[in-house]
Ligand binder design. Structure first.
Ligand code: HEC
Ligand code: HEC
Length: 279
């Protein structure tokens, strides 16, 4: 339990007041478009008054990378995805572009995902993409966090950049949302911590060499300097669970989908920043 102690000590001792965060006053403008990086918390959030994009918590150099698409390394992968969009694959001899005129037709989709479909099931963007691949193209499924999937999900998300997150949590979504909320507040793993212990109780504080954010997903998929690739939402959830020595749920599992809905609803009002840049 040495690690647990370390976390308590680090979070406690190095706690820097939130006002000292480098980027708190800076504004994120991408390609001339001003992003909403802080806004009043949605009504359902009981313990927080204001929500912040993860961009706010990053160092100046990292922040700068996201302010210009030419500097943003994520665009290497977005460019690849543009090629993939026109690539014929599968037994039907089709590409995405055979049925979807251009990626721009997906404008707005990312801001409202995940959502409940007509069968009453929660659906995510990777599932929609794989549905088209298997049922409409006769092609193999892509792996949830594989390069092709992360790239296409990034390209689809980019079309909603600058639009406010607005996921529906009412009606048919409410029981799944409840489940996601429960997961968010349940302590797990050897360190016995919940998502909220870090991302709600300690955002703005230092943990090891990192500034803790609110764990928002409005910038996903995100390019991480650490692994130099696009990282998916469920990939990040998995990483955080591993860090607290918990057995992570599987990418695409009902648990992570419910958690995605809940976490997305905690960013209602922030803008989509896809593709963001993080450490
Ligand atoms: C044979 C035609 C066809 C092909 C090929 C195809 N799709 Fe689709 N796709 C559809 C249809 C039909 C729908 C459902 C109606 C709609 O939303 O356009 C759909 C829906 C979607 C949606 C959900 C859109 C929304 O707003 O709900 C996404 C995302 C999507 N497709 C992505 C892709 C991607 C990425 C590819 C390539 C890997 C692809 N599709 C290939 C026909 C196709
Ligand atoms: C021990 C503390 C800790 C716990 C517990 C934790 N995380 Fe994290 N998380 C981090 C750190 C550190 C980072 C990287 C810095 C940052 O963005 O906060 C991070 C990053 C993230 C990000 C990326 C944010 C961005 O803007 O790119 C998401 C999303 C996230 N966590 C979700 C979760 C979820 C969901 C859970 C619960 C399953 C969780 N985290 C549990 C420490 C934690």
């Amino acid at each position: 339990m040495k690690f647990k102690k370390l976390i308590t000590v680090v979070v406690g001792a190095l706690a820097i007041p939130f006002a000292a965060i480098a980027g708190e006053d800076s504004q994120l403008t991408v390609e001339g478009q001003l992003m909403v990086t802080s806004v009043a918390a949605p009504a359902h959030m009981e313990n927080v008054d204001e929500i912040f994009s993860g961009w706010v918590f990053r160092k100046d150099e990292t922040q700068a990378l996201q302010m210009d698409d030419f500097d943003n390394p994520a665009f290497i992968f977005i460019d690849k995805a543009i090629d993939t969009f026109s690539k014929v694959e599968g037994t039907a001899g089709k590409a995405c572009v055979s049925c979807h005129e251009s990626p721009e037709v997906f404008k707005g989709l990312r801001a409202s995902m995940p959502r409940i479909n007509s069968s009453g099931e929660l659906e995510t963007i990777p599932e929609l993409v794989n549905g088209c691949r298997t049922e409409r193209m006769g092609a193999e499924k892509w792996k949830w966090s594989g390069g092709s999937m992360a790239g296409i999900v990034g390209l689809i998300g980019l079309q909603s950049r600058g639009m406010p997150v607005n996921v529906n949590i009412d009606g048919a979504a409410s029981s799944t949302w409840d489940k996601g909320k429960e997961l968010y507040y349940t302590r797990v793993g050897q360190l016995n911590m919940s998502c909220a212990n870090c991302h709600e109780d300690n955002y703005g504080n230092m943990i090891r060499a990192d500034h803790l954010s609110m764990g928002q997903i409005n910038g996903f998929p995100t390019y991480r300097l650490k692994n130099a690739k696009l990282n998916t939402i469920h990939g990040r959830f998995k990483g955080c669970m591993k860090n607290i020595r918990a057995t992570p749920y599987k990418e695409g599992s009902d648990e992570f989908k419910a958690l995605e809905l809940y976490v997305a609803s905690r960013s209602n009002g922030l803008t989509i920043e896809t593709p963001s840049v993080r450490n």
